[in-house]
Design a protein around this ligand. Structure first.
Ligand code: SF4
Length: 737
């Protein structure tokens, strides 16, 4: 099958020539790391603190000083182009007896002698690169390099200087650039080979399903135009393949280097992997890989990523090249299991391997976080290095909740109390600062004078707490902890750091809440409108295709997801015959908490009737695990011979797979699951694998304070249609089955 039809009246821009990659100066400086992984935090300064310190130092310089001096250069490599750019923190041209000088400012509270050599070497490399590019641009014969470590509290500057000739810098520049150019050539050759082969890629099924061709053609055309396409199409249509196939087919014409297939859930990743398996069956030179979350991939979950604790971190960078060689040599998909096996063979961290291997592949399957979350974004692709990227967003409607989550932050009093308890013996000095944090929580609670379990507060009221959290971070940075910080303290460190980062940039997309429950106080900076921050992610994609079965009302999703006029919307009608679906609504069984015990026998009768209607597999969804357990107990007592398969809390990915794999074309299974859980969405039980589902619903949830805040924000901005507001209005509570 050929590429989807791209005919249309809109002109398609010509394909760019060759591979184009942009590297930051920092990425070149750190291109070939050696030795160990050491992710232990060495800087607990917030982004805002770093920026303020930079600005303070820059302001203190005299006239003639040029802050944020831009440098850039390009290197043509055959028909390809490698660009390098960056901004040196400061440059001062030569005057009188003083040589021209360039400085790089690094904010840290850590004593310089404790900075790892590899980190300091990267900083020096950066200065060398800046020095060379400035000498070249300004025609200088020599320049002074100043590496300036600044303590944000004391403002003390520790400066490491050296004077270098232009020739010496040019030589070092070439030495640092050499490995990058060698890698670039290999990558460009691979992409050429891949793109040639993709012309032979055919649609992996006999034909498109109804509606699938329409999606594929729109996706292909949008890719050629560097467009944004938002697709609404029913579940079961094959949206993953209908988006992935045309995007791959477009690569030879768009010179896109990589496709990122992003999803919110493991189930979404599984459908991407299924689609990729069909593509790889054609044996074309395409490499793809799944990035699995660190907590799931880690071989040593109880240990820090520190060479003293984890053998997979020790010498990681020395063994990495051999593992990458295997990935380059063996096309196909590298999923979690395959990567784990390779990581074991080479004794390298499986998570870091997946990140480093991602550089070599053409399709990356991963979570939304890796593009949108400020703390998890793959800086190696979206900041330090840039190619042309296509982004596919699976189950796009989930990005509203996930965006709200990603951009929010919270701290909890109980977490700090646990850290205090844990610190008493080994870190007694921490107890004092943790007490101060605790007192700030209590003072905040007292100042609110409310017994409500959740209350919205002004950001101003949180400042005393923020100042205590900052003191806590400052204390940790100077703390000697050769054995590593204990778990609770580490969690507080991350929470406080994130909280202060978000606090620094609060705006009217946020609402601030204090939640008081069971002796715990939670202070939450809730991002209620994620659209603006999501746009930062969209801007990193050259082409973007988002798809979902649920993107209505359009005004609501368009606004909350932050899509502007550039985005094209396509709604594909359901190809499934309406007469093949039967919806039964039973309103005669009240299922609210006080009626639950009486409801159980009636629900069992209803289930029995449903299952008797047609042979096959059925899923029953409950509003909570507690309700599920009640009905399960009654079911097992009433039907001891009938096997029941139930979702449980904290099911592993393998257990989820085993659960769904049990639903076959020939089986007669009954499964119990909870709404909103892992089986509620993205589970594809094709053909006869599911005959029916029963949903036991307590009704729609009442409006929350966060929804109130969102509604206020929408009204004040007047940036939404009435339909959008209606989505978050208080909703009637109904009780039905
Ligand atoms: S295996 Fe786990 S602990 Fe070790 S480096 Fe990797 S993520 Fe860190």
């Amino acid at each position: 099958m050929s590429a989807p039809d791209a005919s249309s009246t809109t002109p398609i821009p010509p394909a760019p020539l060759g591979l184009q990659l942009k590297f930051s100066v920092g990425a070149i400086a750190a291109f070939t790391p050696t030795g160990d992984i050491n992710a232990r935090i060495t800087h607990q300064t917030s982004a805002m603190e770093g920026m303020q310190t930079h600005q303070r130092v820059q302001r203190s310089r005299g006239p003639g000083y040029q802050k944020e001096k831009t440098v850039r250069t390009r290197r043509a490599i055959e028909q390809h182009e490698l660009s390098i750019s960056g901004r040196a923190d400061g440059y001062h041209p030569a005057e009188q007896e003083q040589l021209a000088w360039v400085e790089e400012i690094k904010t840290t509270r850590m004593p310089i002698e404790r900075l790892p050599d590899s980190v300091q070497q990267q900083h020096l490399n950066q200065l060398v690169l800046y020095g060379h590019l400035i000498c070249e641009a300004e025609g200088l014969c020599e320049i002074e390099l100043r590496l300036n470590y600044v303590n944000p509290d004391s403002a003390v500057e520790t400066v490491i200087t050296s004077v270098q000739s232009a020739e010496a810098l040019a030589e070092q520049f070439e030495a640092l650039l050499g490995p990058v150019v060698a890698w670039f050539r290999t990558r460009a050759d691979w992409i050429q080979r891949r793109n040639t082969a993709l012309q032979d890629l055919s649609f992996p099924f006999d034909d498109f399903r109804p509606g699938q061709r329409q999606i594929a053609e729109a996706a292909y055309r949008s890719s050629l135009q560097d467009g944004q396409l938002l697709l609404q199409a029913p579940t079961g249509l094959g949206k993953s393949m209908a988006s992935l196939f045309p995007t791959l087919k477009s690569l030879p014409r768009t010179q896109v280097e990589k496709i990122f297939y992003l999803s919110a859930k493991t189930a979404g990743q599984a459908s991407a992997e299924d689609a990729l398996a069909q593509i790889h069956a054609q044996q074309l030179p395409i490499r793809s890989l799944t990035i699995t979350a660190k907590r799931k991939a880690c071989f040593n979950p109880e240990q820090p990523c520190d060479p003293n604790y984890c053998d997979y971190a020790k010498g990681y960078f020395d063994r990495l090249p051999q593992a990458l060689e295997i990935i380059r040599d063996q096309p196909g998909h590298w999923d979690k299991t395959r990567l784990e096996t390779l990581a074991q063979v080479h004794q390298v961290c499986p998570f870091e391997l997946s990140l480093d291997a991602a550089r070599e592949v053409d399709v990356i399957v991963c979570d939304y976080n890796y593009l949108f979350s400020p703390s998890t974004r793959l800086k190696r692709f979206f900041e330090e290095r840039r190619g042309r990227y296509s982004v596919l967003l699976d189950e796009l409607h989930n990005l509203v909740d996930r965006g709200q989550d990603m951009f929010s932050a919270e701290v909890q009093k109980l977490q700090f109390q646990a850290a205090k308890k844990e610190s008493r013996a080994a870190y007694p000095t921490c107890v004092k600062v943790l007490n101060q944090v605790n007192r700030a929580f209590l003072a905040l609670n007292k100042s609110l004078g409310s017994n409500a379990s959740e209350i919205e507060v002004a950001a101003e009221a949180l400042k005393p707490l923020c100042s205590r959290l900052q003191q806590f971070l400052t204390h940790l940075e100077t703390l000697e902890a050769p054995q590593g910080l204990p778990a609770e303290l580490t969690q507080c460190l991350f929470d406080a750091h994130r909280f202060l980062q978000v606090f620094d940039k609060l705006n009217d997309d946020y609402a601030t809440f204090v939640l008081d429950s069971q002796n715990n106080l939670t202070v939450r900076l809730a991002c209620v409108h994620p659209g603006q921050q999501l746009q930062e992610g969209y801007a990193l994609a050259d082409t973007l295709i988002g798809f979902s079965a649920t993107l209505s009302p359009k005004a609501y999703y368009g606004d909350l997801l932050g899509f502007k006029t550039r985005a094209q919307w396509l709604k594909v009608p359901s190809p499934f015959a309406a007469e093949k679906q039967l919806t039964l609504i039973a309103t005669h069984i009240p299922v609210s908490f006080q009626h639950r015990s009486k409801a159980v026998p009636n629900l069992l009768t209803l289930m029995k009737t449903l299952i008797a209607g047609k042979r096959g597999n059925y899923l029953v969804f409950f509003p909570s695990y507690a309700f599920l357990d009640d009905v399960r107990t009654a079911f097992e007592a009433a039907y001891p011979d009938k096997a029941l398969h139930c979702q449980t809390r904290d099911m592993s990915d393998d257990a989820v797979k085993a659960f769904t794999d049990g639903f076959t074309e020939d089986s007669e299974r009954l499964g119990f699951a909870v709404m909103g859980g892992r089986f509620a969405e993205g589970i594809d039980l094709k053909g006869q694998r599911l005959s029916g589902a029963m949903i036991i619903s307590l009704g729609l949830a009442p409006k929350t304070l966060a929804q109130d805040a969102l509604l206020r924000r929408m009204q004040s901005k007047r940036d939404s249609q009435p339909a959008a507001g209606a989505e978050v209005e208080p909703r009637p509570t109904q009780t039905n089955v």
